[in-house]
Design a protein around this ligand. Structure first.
Ligand code: TXA
Ligand code: MG
Length: 321
């Protein structure tokens, strides 16, 4: 089992030695390694059982570090960085030579973000290298939003988990890339909404997000964020009737649905608040997945703002491998 604590200096020491450390961010917990140490980076792919073609995000302490690793910082990228960093935004920018192909899976772009969590910023200020950090879950499973989630699934593969409490946003960063003219494109819905991105850019963003099993953006794999339990989305009242002979769990947006055969009914936000729903999503999915159910019945949330990212994760959770 990993040790859990808040010792930033100890975490820094382990990272300097090429070891893996789980770190808190405002989105989800990351499994971090020294981005400049290829042997350390390889350990991430191994611990997560993650295919090597799935590139990693570089985490830096402040916006002024971005140009150490990106050779172009498009004007709109800069504008987004000034507005949303530190925060749940990742920018895809043409990479400098110094960034290993192992980090970018051979892509010419590198994903960079500035996490908004005090412990992790303190940690980044303690070391003199950036961190690569994918979500700290086995590949394809639900992302962790607490130190306990990380302990349960990867505790035997790492020595230390930096405990920053529950993640405030609860869903991964929004990934924005750029075409050769510097026009923005959405690669992943996340903590910053598409509407907010468009407002700052003053133009519509292109959509790169596809339903295909695109090797360059495996966070976008059709089946991802998946619980082990059969997971079905639709009209909950109708689904309850359909599964009347099963042990069911219910994950609804703002109203609870009572059924005689329901073991558990979790409401993402009784106040119909999408931010609260995002914060609860992954931990509620885990609770339901661990409750020994035949099936989990869920519904989409309103498809606006961060609701788009929630619906994206729900949809992928429901896809079969
Ligand atoms: O909120 C987050 O972004 C969290 C926290 C820990 O920072 N990290 C995270 O990492 O979600 P991960 O590895 O689970 O997802 C990163 C996504 C993947 O879908 C990956 O394919 C995409 O970013 N990505 C990274 N570098 C890329 C690149 N050069 N081109 C295209 N996609 C890239
Ligand atoms: Mg992930």
């Amino acid at each position: 089992m990993a040790e859990i604590g808040i010792d930033v200096k100890y975490a820094a020491k382990l990272l300097r030695k090429g070891k893996l450390v789980a770190i808190p961010t405002e989105t989800v917990y990351g499994l971090a390694a020294n981005a400049m140490d290829e042997d350390a980076v390889v350990k991430i792919f191994e611990a997560k059982n993650r295919p090597r073609f799935n590139p990693l995000i570089l985490h830096v302490s402040s916006v002024d570090k971005i140009e150490l690793y990106a050779k172009l910082f498009f004007p709109l990228a800069k504008k987004l960085a000034e507005k949303f960093m530190p925060g749940p935004l990742t920018l895809l920018l043409p990479k400098k030579e110094i960034v290993s192909d192992l980090v970018t899976s051979g892509n010419s772009t590198v994903a960079i973000r500035v996490p908004n969590h005090k412990l992790t910023i303190d940690l980044l200020n303690e070391i003199n290298f950036p961190l690569v950090a994918p979500s700290a879950n086995p590949f394809g499973y639900v992302s962790p939003t607490s130190a306990e989630h990380v302990q349960k699934q990867l505790g035997n593969k790492i020595e230390y988990i930096l405990d920053g409490g529950e993640c405030a946003v609860g869903i991964e960063s929004t990934i924005v890339g750029f075409d050769e003219n510097g026009n923005p494109a959405m690669y992943r819905q996340g903590g910053i909404s598409e509407e907010e991105i468009e407002k700052i850019c003053g133009i519509k963003v292109l959509k790169i997000i596809s339903e295909e099993n695109s090797p360059s953006v495996p966070g976008m794999l059709k089946s991802h964020y998946s619980p082990e339990t059969n997971f079905i989305i639709g009209n909950i009242d109708e689904l309850i009737k359909l599964y009347s002979d099963k042990k069911i769990g219910i994950l609804s947006f703002d109203k609870s649905h009572l059924a005689s055969n329901s073991i558990m009914s979790l409401v993402l936000s009784e106040k119909s608040n999408l931010n609260e729903a995002a914060k609860n999503l992954f931990s509620f999915l885990r609770i339901l997945d661990e409750a020994n159910l035949d099936v989990i019945l869920a519904e989409y949330v309103p498809d606006k703002g961060i609701g788009k990212a929630i619906n994206d994760r729900l949809k992928r959770a429901a896809e079969k491998n």
